[in-house]
Design a binder for this molecule. Structure first.
Ligand SMILES: Cc1cc2nc3c(=O)[nH]c(=O)nc-3n(C[C@H](O)[C@H](O)[C@H](O)COP(=O)(O)OP(=O)(O)OC[C@H]3O[C@@H](n4cnc5c(N)ncnc54)[C@H](O)[C@@H]3O)c2cc1C
Ligand SMILES: *[C@@H]1O[C@H](CO)[C@@H](O)[C@H](O)[C@H]1NC(C)=O
Ligand SMILES: *[C@@H]1O[C@H](CO)[C@@H](O)[C@H](O)[C@H]1NC(C)=O
Ligand SMILES: *[C@@H]1O[C@H](CO)[C@@H](O)[C@H](O)[C@H]1NC(C)=O
Ligand SMILES: *[C@@H]1O[C@H](CO)[C@@H](O)[C@H](O)[C@H]1NC(C)=O
Ligand SMILES: *[C@@H]1O[C@H](CO)[C@@H](O)[C@H](O)[C@H]1NC(C)=O
Ligand SMILES: *[C@@H]1O[C@H](CO)[C@@H](O)[C@H](O)[C@H]1NC(C)=O
Length: 471
């Protein structure tokens, strides 16, 4: 709270903006920017401006209509429910009464398909799933030991090697993909063991995940926070003049006395402070030019972190050809190429007779698929489905492939903590540079990558932790 006091002392409180001058400019109106605005507002700082590049708030929480259904292109699950602490997003979801479904993966052992078709025998599959569970427990213990003994970080893959269980067969790779990539969107070779096992999200908030399927969209939670301090019109849309949409920040001039922010349409705004909430992927590009350049320690830390890519592909069919009923919602496809259309979900439980499938790809596969046409992707997927369900199945009639990586306002889906980034460097990613402050999911102390991380990062943007000095 040191800096917050500083903000209050040095510059007074509130007041209307004159000549485009603000106390604080927030760049980006995703969950984190909106949450940071609420923090300022709660502290009595009302003279703020939020600049958002796209024509909506919500950022990486976004829905679209596909096959007449509302589907989520970005965040979809409240991850971490049922534990010793309450996930703040879960509280909002309950408050808004959004429709949710508990995701149960227990029956994957009966729903794992071979590369050329046919299910693995439940007992064979169970052996591998159980083994991967055991390796996970071993890795968690190893991670705690490393921390206790002040030893350096290792990758999740290194832990697998030590446990003598490096996945090799298609089945082992598929189960490994489910446990790791399906959560972190990067393979075990990349992911830091010490900083992901045990994972604070599941440790603190619980191990249950709820899938949000509501026509109002998961983005309702972002509006819920926004409406606590931004004025809305009669139909509930935000009409507050302190939120400007279609405003892409391209330049940020900062000094000891203040900041100047320039948008693509050549407008300049000045402020005492700026709070940047764009993704770490965007920070790693030149979309926003800093003048002077950010210091070397900041650049090194920022560019070391990973922006992962997680792609949810939706497909519509004229009829259903996959098993339905309890315990069939999720299924797995094992292939010699790790991560080749591995994780599947049917939406029958949520939208009856919708005939919609969701298949998830990540990392290199995501980047490859973003660069090819949707019809090529559809053909690859149909070939996979024909292996699983036979040659008689009908072609998909529609496909939606989100492109978070190609989008210059995101450059991926969420951050992942890679091997080789220390806690100190992580603090440096969050640390302010003079009057330039940073928020966003990648700055969350315990929950980077998640929607609750974005929210909590905005609630404590001025925590003393952000003031650790560079080495
Ligand atoms: C496919 C996918 C699946 C996910 N699944 C889950 C999940 O199931 N559960 C979960 O908890 N989390 C999930 N996440 C992560 C979650 O969505 C994010 O952590 C969170 O929404 C990030 O919020 P943020 O405010 O930090 O960033 P953002 O939402 O990216 O907000 C930043 C804002 O800045 C804007 N912006 C960018 N550049 C500029 C500029 N130059 N000028 C002005 N504005 C700019 C952007 O348009 C954006 O609105 C998922 C994300 C994706 C993409
Ligand atoms: C933003 O731009 C879109 C078109 O790109 C337009 O439809 C919308 O009205 C604009 N919104 C604002 C607030 O300027
Ligand atoms: C958000 O969803 C809308 C459709 O509902 C789409 O037009 C837009 O491109 C999406 N934004 C992103 C970043 O995917
Ligand atoms: C962790 O440390 C304990 C105590 O030194 C030891 O018994 C245990 O085998 C270690 N576990 C792993 C996975 O290294
Ligand atoms: C940026 O700031 C520096 C120093 O404060 C100043 O010399 C320079 O003219 C500014 N540039 C712009 C584009 O405002
Ligand atoms: C598990 O899946 C199989 C195959 O889809 C299904 O037949 C079975 O009923 C499911 N079992 C449970 C407990 O849900
Ligand atoms: C599916 O589409 C392909 C072309 O993409 C076509 O060759 C094939 O005949 C179609 N199959 C069915 C069953 O309609």
């Amino acid at each position: 709270m040191v800096a917050l006091t500083l903000l209050l002392l040095c510059c007074g409180v509130g007041g209307a903006a004159a000549n485009n001058h603000y106390k604080v400019i927030i760049v980006g109106a995703g969950m984190s920017g909106i949450s940071a605005g609420k923090t300022l507002s709660d502290a009595g700082i009302h003279n703020m401006l939020i600049l958002e590049a796209t024509n909506r708030i919500g950022g990486r929480v976004n829905k679209t209509t596909f096959a007449k259904l509302s589907v989520e292109l970005g965040a979809n699950w409240v991850e971490g429910v049922g534990g010793k602490e309450t996930n703040p997003i879960w509280t909002m979801v309950k408050e808004l009464n959004l429709q949710t479904y508990l995701s149960n993966f227990d029956n994957l052992t009966s729903n794992t398909y071979k590369q050329k078709g046919g299910l693995y025998k439940k007992s064979d599959a169970k052996k591998i799933y159980d083994e991967v569970d055991k390796v996970y427990k071993f890795s968690e213990e190893l991670s705690k030991n490393l921390t206790k003994e002040k030893l350096e970080d290792i990758s999740v893959l290194t832990a697998q090697r030590i446990s003598q269980h490096v996945p090799t067969s298609p089945l082992e790779m598929a189960v490994d993909y489910f446990h790791n990539d399906y959560e972190f969107a990067e393979p075990p070779r990349v992911t830091s063991l010490k900083n992901t096992q045990p994972l604070p999200t599941f440790e603190n908030f619980g191990d249950k995940n709820y899938f949000v399927a509501d026509s109002r969209g998961f983005e309702s939670v972002v509006h819920y926070v926004a409406q606590q301090y931004l004025t809305t019109n009669k139909i509930g849309d935000i009409s507050d003049k302190r939120l400007l949409l279609n405003k892409t920040v391209i330049k940020l001039n900062y000094s000891e006395s203040g900041v100047t922010v320039e948008t693509e349409d050549n407008t300049k705004y000045t402020a005492d402070y700026v709070m940047i909430s764009v993704s770490i992927g965007v920070l790693q590009t030149n979309l926003i030019k800093f003048e002077p350049d950010l210091p070397e320690w900041k650049i090194l830390a920022m560019y070391k972190f990973d922006m992962a890519v997680y792609t949810k592909i939706f497909l519509k069919f004229p009829s259903k050809f996959w098993p339905g009923g309890d315990g069939t919602e999720f299924f797995v496809y094992a292939h010699e190429k790790r991560g080749y259309y591995t994780m599947w979900q049917h939406l029958e439980r949520i939208y009856h007779d919708s005939y919609v499938l969701l298949v998830t790809v990540t990392d290199d596969e995501s980047r490859r698929i973003e660069q090819q046409s949707d019809s090529e992707t559809k053909e690859e997927i149909m070939a996979v489905l024909r292996h699983m369900f036979g040659n008689e199945i009908p072609n998909a009639t529609d496909i939606y492939v989100p492109r978070w990586w190609s989008n210059k306002f995101y450059k991926g889906s969420f951050s992942n903590w890679p091997i080789g980034v220390s806690k100190h460097e992580f603090e440096q990613i969050r640390a302010p540079v003079e009057r330039v402050y940073f928020t966003g999911e990648h700055t969350s102390e315990h929950y980077n990558g998640y929607l609750h991380g974005a929210y909590l990062a905005g609630l404590y943007p001025f925590s003393p932790h952000t003031f650790l000095l560079p080495v």
